[in-house]
Design a protein around this ligand. Structure first.
Ligand SMILES: [Zn+2]
Length: 385
């Protein structure tokens, strides 16, 4: 599965290495599923397939098979990622988590063809792995190496089920992305394409959720229902987020920062001492952030109320607003008046960044906030529906 990275989402995980410029991580939730898979293999599958061996053999085979299984998932994600990089879209990170793997592509593809290729990159790798494993399994069986034959046969089957599960045509599964790309290519309407494929994705998530609840509640109860529930809820929220994202993209297409900024905002002069800045702006206005400009209108930076907490109150009369913002890097806080609204939205998704200074020829001409953009999207969605 591949998904657009949500900017500003800070997630941990255990770093395991960097290959092809991509950072590989193990999420905390992966350890749980890895333990469950290894346990099931060592205690149920291998004793049934290869009777009469010692528990140590079953445990060793369980660990090896689980390792190969999760490596297959990583290779599947790598398949998506390498195609994505080829299409000019960087992939900063691949994570293994309870649902499998997640390649975080840095942005959505610009065209249906790239989307289709990226979506098929993962399943293509899984098909190859499945065929190779089956051939190896037959080879080992011919040599009489039964344990190796069973492990490879299992790997062939799991890679095949990975393809089948991922090709279900509901977004955000690979099959849903394929369906979306096909509708997008045929109709030219990304939002409609996302709507259809994410509806199917949400329907499929409900199926998993009901199946999970059924397994947990209806005798003979089965604790594995928890896994179905978790995967169902994860897919459901990803499908909903994907559609919201597509609406945003469509609504903001062709819109410039100029179209939705608040022009002529209140400005703190850079020479104003902090005590006066607090009295005249923060206490009387209702914002917690103000732009600071020089007398000629040159933008100096954004002064946030929380910056003042770092400075002792008795020093306020001797420190100017310009001094405070000069110490803070302000490049990330500004955007050109003719830049796209979509770029402003991407920047504003970062935590703690609620507004951007809008600049024309070095001078401040306005402020654009996350709220301005969401309001714009809301109004246009209402008008359209
Ligand atoms: Zn995939």
């Amino acid at each position: 599965m591949s998904q657009e990275k949500a900017p500003g989402r800070r997630r941990g995980g255990l770093f395991i290495g960097r290959w092809f410029g991509i950072a590989f991580y193990l999420d905390a939730s992966w350890f749980l599923i890895a333990a469950i898979v290894t346990y099931e293999l060592a205690n149920e599958l291998f004793p049934a397939e290869l009777p009469g061996r010692s528990p140590a053999v079953y445990i060793a085979l369980g660990v090896i098979a689980a390792f190969l299984f999760f490596s297959s998932i990583l290779l599947h994600e790598l398949g998506h990622s390498l195609v994505s990089q080829r299409c000019g879209i960087p992939v900063p990170r691949i994570t293994l988590l309870f649902i499998g793997g997640l390649a975080e592509i840095s942005r959505e593809p610009d065209d249906a063809k790239s989307e289709l290729k990226i979506a098929l990159g993962g399943p293509a790798v899984s098909v190859i792995l499945s065929v190779l494993s089956q051939l190896l399994s037959w080879g080992f069986a011919a040599l009489g190496w039964q344990p190796a034959a069973v492990v490879c046969g299992l790997l062939a089957m799991t890679n095949l089920s990975l393809v089948v599960f991922n090709m279900i045509p509901g977004y955000p599964l690979d099959g849903g992305r394929v369906l979306r790309a096909l509708i997008w290519a045929k109709t030219g309407r990304l939002r409609r394409a996302t709507y259809i494929s994410s509806r199917i994705g949400i329907g499929f998530s409900w199926l998993l959720i009901f199946a999970g609840a059924w397994m947990l509640l209806v005798p003979p109860q089965n604790w594995r229902g928890v896994i179905y529930l978790l995967i169902g809820f994860f897919l459901k929220s990803a499908a909903e987020a994907g559609y919201a994202n597509a609406i945003q993209r469509e609504m903001l297409a062709g819109v410039r920062v100029r179209d939705l900024m608040t022009a002529n905002p209140a400005v703190i002069p850079d020479t104003l001492p902090l005590n006066l800045a607090v009295e005249d702006f923060f206490l009387t206005g209702h914002y917690v952030v103000y732009p600071v400009c020089a007398a000629d209108g040159d933008f100096r930076g954004l002064l946030r109320l929380d910056f003042l907490k770092e400075i002792p109150r008795e020093k306020w009369p001797y420190v100017s607003a310009g001094d405070v913002v000069a110490e803070k890097s302000s490049d990330a806080l500004r955007i050109g008046v003719n830049e796209s609204a979509a770029r402003a939205m991407r920047l504003l998704l970062a935590p703690e960044l609620t507004r951007l200074a809008v600049i024309e020829d070095g001078k401040l001409v306005g402020i654009v906030t996350r709220h301005d953009i969401l309001h714009f999207i809301e109004i246009h969605t209402e008008l359209e529906d």
